[in-house]
Design a protein around this ligand. Structure first.
Ligand code: KIV
Ligand code: ZN
Length: 388
């Protein structure tokens, strides 16, 4: 079975989320949890961006043993030197160098012609190769780059020593078909492509980051760049938890394996949410508060008979406890069956008449209150018991 490497960029692209600023102790806490989760590569930060980030990358590099630790660098000697200083004591170091390749970035941002973009990349990959065995090179805005130019520059940077080639959909503009085609083209048109592994890096501006990552691996990528809770620039990056669970649950379709410890997913999501201050939306796939909650009476009835009627992921798979999973959410769409189950969970015995009264009172309350909590239900039951 093909193994897909998980490259987590929560601490670099994820930290680029507006309003997020982690200190080095917080970054280390997240890195340790990512190591427990079993990610293959931790992108710890961008050492040349600030002294604080340099120190954070160094602390992570000095501590983490089981994951490769990498850091971002522009195609500048100083960035590469800073990354080397930060990473030199880690067990498995990797440098991640990037330069934009698309016409719009070349003309307006870099003011470089194609030849200069190739030469700069080759020179800096060769320079980095004197310090690192693993050199990842990213073609920023790859998905809006001319395919023949992309093939040309990839061949050159591999010759210069790049071992991982990352092709980002930097602005989240690609469709899965286009993104997959880019990988297919590179596989078929870069003569030395077998000397490197290909990587996806998808942004979620059009909500396609997960689908695009899948299209990438279906066309030859063996590494996916992801972040916890999908955080990152603008609408964020492909979410680790969604891809991990998709590859696991639909292994019958895709047939890939990863080294992830799936039941560490919820804990990792909670740590990242707490330390970044970014709440996870309630209906977020896999880890949202409502991801395992069923409100409709028909669904609840099905769940009570066989959970597979409406649940394709077992909460325990990703480390969501039964208390957290909020499986049968009681609201205005819920039926008597689920209500009876809730009463039982409180250890309270009701006669048939009492149960009918309690259920009617509960239904009335759902018309007035947005969320009926366990405390509300308990209060209804106590009122009936006291009145009796
Ligand atoms: O989105 C992007 O292109 C990036 C690169 C720096 C890899 O984050
Ligand atoms: Zn990015």
């Amino acid at each position: 079975m093909t193994e897909i490497k998980i490259f987590d960029t929560t601490l670099r692209d994820g930290e680029q989320s507006p309003g997020v600023n982690l200190n080095k102790e917080e970054k280390l806490e997240i890195a340790k949890q990512l190591e427990r989760l079993g990610v293959d590569v931790i992108e710890a930060g961008f050492p040349a961006s600030s002294e604080g980030d340099f120190q954070a990358v160094k602390l992570i590099a000095d501590t983490i043993k089981n994951s490769t630790v990498t850091a971002l660098a522009r195609t500048k000697k100083n960035d590469i030197d800073r990354a080397y200083e930060a990473l030199k004591n880690t067990a498995n170091p990797r440098i991640h160098i990037f330069l934009a390749t698309s016409p719009i970035h070349r003309e307006y941002k870099l003011k470089m012609d194609k030849e200069t973009v190739v030469k700069t990349s080759v020179d800096m990959v060769s320079y980095a190769k004197t310090m690192f065995n693993e050199v990842e090179w990213s073609a920023e805005d790859a998905s809006r780059t001319e395919l023949d130019f992309l093939a040309e520059i990839i061949e050159s940077v591999i010759d210069a020593g790049a071992t991982i080639i990352n092709l980002p959909d930097t602005v989240g503009y690609s469709t899965p078909e286009e993104y997959g085609q880019m990988f297919k083209y590179v596989k078929e048109n870069v003569p030395n492509i077998d000397q490197a592994i290909l990587s996806t890096h998808c942004h979620n501006d059009l909500g396609l980051a997960v689908s695009n990552s899948i299209a990438g691996i279906e066309n030859g990528a063996e590494q996916i760049e992801v972040s916890i809770n999908g955080i990152g620039e603008r609408a964020g990056n492909a979410s680790l938890e969604e891809l991990a669970v998709l590859l696991h649950i639909r292994n019958d379709v895709y047939g890939y394996q990863t080294n992830l410890v799936l039941n560490e997913i919820k804990r990792t999501s909670d740590v990242v949410s707490k330390l970044t201050g970014m709440a996870v939306q309630a209906n977020k796939a896999v880890i949202g508060r409502n991801a395992y909650a069923h409100e409709a009476g028909i669904h609840q009835d099905g769940m009570l008979k066989n959970s597979e009627t409406y649940e394709i992921i077992s909460p325990a798979l990703v480390g969501v406890s039964s208390e957290e999973s909020n499986t049968l959410f009681l609201g205005k769409h819920s039926g008597r069956h689920a209500f009876k189950d809730k009463v039982k969970s409180f250890g309270i015995e009701l006669t048939t008449d009492e149960l009918s009264t309690a259920f009617n009172n509960f239904k009335e309350l759902t018309d007035h209150k947005k969320e009926v909590t366990d405390d509300d239900i308990y209060a209804i039951l106590m009122e009936i018991k006291t009145d009796a």
